[in-house]
Design a protein around this ligand. Structure first.
Ligand code: GLU
Length: 413
């Protein structure tokens, strides 16, 4: 019998299968792609230093791992409630009260398969065709893609390095129109590390309230702040602001649990219910074992955090100073998260052999090919004049890696 579906060439989609229009222009996440490329090159035996991964290099703390092991041994390995076990919801509710003075009930909380999944569910739940979501740039690579996948339109608001990569009240106001559905606030920010003060958040919240715009506040880097800066949640500005906010967080960054995939969201009941329905038709519950480990992470001892933050703070200083010492490169000292967003505009236009470095992707390719250094180009974060480097790696890697970047950039004429 003839097979209707034939392969055109090795690795290509079968000729008769047309991929979804949803994929138009959609590329895989660059942060994950760079990390995978660095890992593959290392496996080939190449000397690669990776500044790509947005994940702490510390091991998941022992008490959290043991909680996961106990869950397996106790047979807690079956389906759970779609939106998470009550024990974890209660731990999350406790965390919001303790850290953000926010009061939620169980039906205002959902646990998902990572913070990213909560954000995805949220956009799927709230967006209709034509709805705009205001996204200050530089932004985390997946926000605009997820908005588009849900049928919405990302409205990018460019912020400047001089303004600390923060969206001003005027910029926010100027981008609101009758289609504006939501705004994303990511503080501290991936990729810039910029963090809004409580006073700045209050002003942005006032505008959102006045215009009936949903505030989507991604607080995944909440605990990773430096120089004594303490992160605030915009949702805690007032009860009215809380009513129009969805707070997103997770255990990945704070507790070195990236692979466990536990994120969560808290917000208005109807939105959480909609997110739960979407989750029930797609992934079902997040892994039961990870949920039990997350209970321990959130409600167990928190003393692992301080040494981690002290170490990140040291690495941040070393990385920032070393990058600023490279001719053609400059960067601000980020207030939070674990990324440096380095300005490489002066390097653009320089040449290596016959090739001109035209943008951040060219520079990232050059650095990995010629210096064995993995960085993430700024272009998918919304600014092609920058590269992102993660300092969630050893001091040794930072010292040697930035030296190698300096040497490689010197070669560009
Ligand atoms: N959020 C991290 C990063 O930006 C993890 C990778 C991802 O999900 O994008 O590197």
């Amino acid at each position: 019998m003839d097979c209707k579906i034939t392969k055109t060439k090795e690795g290509a989609a079968p000729a008769t299968i047309r991929l979804s229009d949803r994929l138009n222009g959609l590329e895989e996440s660059v942060t994950l792609a760079i990390t995978a490329k660095a890992r593959a090159l290392k496996a080939e035996g190449k000397d690669i230093i990776g500044f790509g991964a947005g994940e702490p290099d510390f091991d998941t703390p022992e008490n959290i791992k043991n909680a996961g092991i106990k869950a397996i041994k106790d047979g807690l390995t079956k389906y759970t409630a779609v939106g998470g076990i009550n024990e974890l919801k209660d731990a999350i509710i406790g965390k919001f009260k303790r850290d953000n003075n926010l009061t939620y009930s169980r039906d205002e909380v959902i646990v998902s398969c990572g913070g990213k999944h909560s954000i995805y569910n949220l956009f799927q739940s709230i967006l209709n065709k034509g709805d705009e979501v205001i996204i200050p740039a530089p932004f985390w690579v997946s926000y605009p893609v997820m908005v588009s996948l849900a049928g919405g339109t990302p409205r990018i608001v460019h912020t400047t390095e001089a303004a600390g990569f923060k969206m001003s009240v005027d910029e926010f106001r100027a981008n609101i129109n009758s289609n504006t559905k939501a705004v994303i606030i990511n503080s501290p920010s991936n990729p810039t590390g910029a963090a809004y003060t409580a006073a700045e958040l209050e002003k942005l919240a006032e505008i959102a309230l006045a215009n009936n715009i949903l505030i989507i506040t991604d607080e995944i880097y909440e605990k990773l702040t430096y120089d004594g800066f303490k992160s605030s949640s915009i949702a805690s500005v007032s009860d009215d602001v809380k009513r129009i906010s969805v707070v997103l967080n997770g255990v990945s960054k704070t507790y070195s649990m990236t692979g466990w995939r536990i994120g969560y969201a808290a917000g208005p009941k109807e939105i959480i219910k909609a997110m739960t329905s979407i989750q029930s038709q797609s992934t079902s519950n997040p892994t039961s074992i990870s949920q039990w480990a997350a209970v321990e992470a959130i409600s167990g001892p928190q003393d692992i955090l301080d040494p981690m933050i002290v170490e990140f703070e040291k690495r941040r200083s070393v990385m920032v100073d070393a990058l600023n010492a490279i001719e053609g490169v400059s960067c601000r000292k980020p207030q939070g998260a674990f990324y440096v967003f380095a300005n490489i505009s002066k390097v653009l236009g320089r040449r290596f052999n016959e090739k001109t470095i035209k943008g951040s992707a060219d520079l990232a390719n050059y650095l990995i090919d010629e210096a064995g250094i993995a960085v993430v180009p700024g272009e998918p974060f919304g600014d092609d004049s920058f590269i992102r480097l993660s300092y969630a790696t050893s001091m040794n890697n930072i010292v040697n890696g930035i030296r190698r970047i300096g040497e490689a950039i010197k070669e560009l004429k």
